[in-house]
Structures are given as structure tokens and as C-alpha cells.
Design a binder for this molecule. Structure first.
Ligand code: AQP
Length: 337
């Protein structure tokens, strides 16, 4: 299988197989990937090397890699129109990451807010991998000279670092080898927040399952989570501007808007004056209806791990074929013989 040359550019993106795939991953990433694959030459990676920056049980990791691949495909990523593979199968990611470890400056990494968030107070006990994670992310993207990266708003800082690394490499080695990769941040749903705390993003690694909508939750679980989602006592306003100081309300309206492909203003206009008890019922119906086909398709795919493995193997071969000449060019620029 080959991806036809597509004029808009080359896209790379990935998600960590570090737990249950959730609505934030779907709205902030997967469904956008599916939308981009006809316009862009698209490379979608299950970033298992990033996942082990925090401890992963090996037996569970295997299932999580397959679950991630199933989630991509169930969300519309078509392995015949995109390249879908897992990162550890293409050695170029690790090789280029090492070169970038020698290009990126400590001061740049010290500014990365995600490391601070994820390492928390236990900074000294965090893995070195977690600290240099953004260098590996830059390698993921630039190994293919990707021109665009569709990312959730939370990943924007890492993409800026990728551009800094590309720029410094080009300057240091007197080359124009790397492009300045652009972010594609796409519409409503770019940042889905926790159901329990509107100031925190919905996340796989958050211990409480009640904070997130998993792509494999059944209808009863979804209804229960939405019913118990934190809100406030005020009714919905007539426009989204009035939601400003109400983060949990903003989040639920945003989820409804994203799933219905509307903007927040039109959702507010539709529900103006109604309380969250009412709105949550409507939201549950939308979430259940929109996620049911994805949940069903994920379950179907996961019953056939051999098929998922064959998709990943084929994708890795195609990704390697793209990466090898670029990596050779990079090594020449560095002065390796
Ligand atoms: N809450 C979110 N809202 C919008 N987009 C999100 N993404 C993740 N969470 C949200 C986007 O999904 C893609 C894959 O992300 P990832 O799994 O590689 O890493 P992450 O951003 O660290 O996601 P999690 O769920 O928070 O994972 P853990 O808990 O393992 O660290 C990215 O494009 C991301 O923007």
C-alpha cells in the first residue's frame, strides 16, 4: 500500500498508549486526523516510546498499543489512506532523538510546563525520559520532515520547541534540511477538561475514572459520569461569553458543541435559561449516540489482535521507507561517515 502524494503537506501525530483512550483524545486528535488524511499525506503513530517515560506494565502495554491503534481506526483513520504504526518499530525515532538531545538546550527543556505538571513535586524521582520527552517528540515529527502537526492546545509548547530545534539544527549545520512545522489546532474540542475539575484537562493518567469519558465506556457508564459531572447552580446563558468564569459549564457546553459540530454560542442559544439537569440529559444522548459506533468498532477490532498487528507492521515498513533517506541526510549533515 502507498499513500498518494497529497498537495497540502505531510502530517505527523501520535498518542501515547498509556491507558484508556478518552473523549479528549478523540475530539482533540483522532477525529481530526481522520479529517486530514485525504488532504495531507498522513502519518499516525502509537507513541509507545513516549508511554514508557512513566511506568507501564509490559503485559498491559501490549494491549494498550492495540487499543490505541483500534481507537485510531474506529475514529476513521484508514490504514490504506494513512500510515499507522507504533513508534518502537522504527528505530529512526530513537536515533534522531539522540541527535536532538545534543541540539536542544537545557534551558529550553526547563521551561516545559508539561514536565512540571507530570513530574509534580517528585521531580528528582521522574525518569530522564520524561524530561527529554519533547526532544523525542521533535524527532518523531522531523524524522519525516512533517510540515503540519494537528495537536491539542496542550501540546502547543512542545511544537514550538520542535521548531526551535529545527531552527538551531539548520543554523548549526548550515543547512535548510528541516521545515518549520506548523500546528493545526482544530475548532471546538481542542481542549476537553476533566468532568470533575474544569481547570484540569481530561487525561488518561488521572486516577479517578469519573473524570473522563473513555471511548470504551458503555451507555450506562456514560450516563452516570455525565450525571455526576461537576457544574454550578446557574442556568445556561444565551451566549458563550457569559460562561467565562464557569469552567465546568464551559467544558460541558464545549463537548456538546464539538460533538454536534456547532459553536458554543449556538448551543447556549438553544439551551438558554435551562438548568444543567436538563442540559446533561441532552448531552448524554449526544455523547452516547456519537460514541456508540466508535466503541462498537473498537471492540470488533480488538477481538482480532492479529489484524491490528498486521496493520502496525505494514505501517512501520512504510514509515521506515520514508524515514531512511531523511535520516541518512541528517547523518551526513552531522558529519557521521
Ligand atoms: N483533554 C484533552 N483535550 C484535547 N486534546 C487532548 N489530547 C489529550 N488530552 C486531550 C490530545 O490527544 C493527543 C494524544 O495525546 P497523548 O495521549 O499523547 O498525550 P497527553 O496529551 O499527555 O494525553 P493524556 O490523556 O493526558 O495522557 P497521559 O495522561 O498519559 O499523559 C494529543 O494530540 C493531545 O493533544
Amino acid at each position: 500500500m502507498t499513500t498518494a502524494l497529497k498537495s497540502a503537506g505531510r502530517v505527523f501525530s501520535g498518542a501515547q498508549p498509556s491507558g484508556n483512550m478518552h473523549l479528549g483524545n478523540y475530539l482533540g486528535a483522532f477525529r481530526n486526523w481522520a479529517r486530514l488524511q485525504d488532504e495531507y499525506e498522513s502519518i499516525y503513530c502509537v507513541v509507545d516510546m513516549h508511554a514508557i517515560t512513566v511506568w507501564q506494565n509490559p503485559a498491559e502495554l501490549q494491549n494498550q498499543i492495540r487499543e490505541a491503534a483500534a481507537a485510531y481506526m474506529a475514529s476513521g483513520v484508514d490504514p490504506s489512506r494513512s500510515i499507522l504504526y507504533n513508534q518502537s518499530k522504527v528505530a529512526g525515532h530513537a536515533e534522531l532523538a539522540w541527535i536532538f538531545n545534543c541540539v536542544a538546550r537545557l534551558g529550553w527543556l526547563n521551561r516545559m510546563t508539561q514536565f512540571k505538571d507530570k513530574a509534580g513535586k517528585n521531580r528528582e524521582k521522574a525518569s530522564v525520559g520524561l524530561y527529554i520527552y519533547p526532544n523525542l517528540m521533535a524527532a518523531d515529527i522531523l524524522l519525516y520532515k512533517a510540515t503540519h502537526v494537528p495537536v491539542g492546545a496542550d501540546q502547543k509548547q512542545h511544537l514550538e520547541l520542535t521548531r526551535d530545534i529545527a531552527q538551531k539544527f539548520n543554523n548549526d549545520y548550515g543547512t535548510d534540511l528541516f521545515p518549520m512545522t506548523e500546528p493545526l489546532i482544530m475548532g471546538e474540542g481542542a481542549r476537553v477538561m476533566s468532568l470533575r475539575d474544569g481547570s484540569k484537562k481530561m487525561s488518561k493518567s488521572e486516577p479517578s475514572d469519573m473524570t473522563r469519558i473513555n471511548l470504551n465506556d458503555d451507555a450506562d457508564t456514560l450516563a452516570n459520569k455525565i450525571r455526576k459531572a461537576r457544574t454550578d447552580a446557574e442556568p445556561l446563558p444565551g451566549n458563550s461569553g457569559a460562561l467565562e468564569s464557569r469552567p465546568e459549564a464551559t467544558n460541558l457546553v464545549g463537548i456538546y458543541a464539538a460533538l454536534m459540530d456547532q459553536d458554543r454560542d449556538s448551543v447556549c442559544a438553544e439551551f438558554e435559561g435551562r438548568g444543567f439537569g436538563d442540559f446533561k440529559k441532552a448531552l448524554t444522548e449526544v455523547v452516547v449516540t456519537k460514541l456508540a459506533p466508535i466503541t462498537g468498532e473498537m471492540a470488533r477490532l480488538q477481538k482480532d489482535p492479529a489484524y491490528i498487528d498486521s496493520v502496525l507492521k505494514d505501517g512501520a515498513e512504510r514509515a521506515s521507507a520514508l524515514a531512511e533517506p531523511i535520516l541518512a541526510e541528517i547523518k551526513r549533515a552531522v558529519g557521521y561517515i
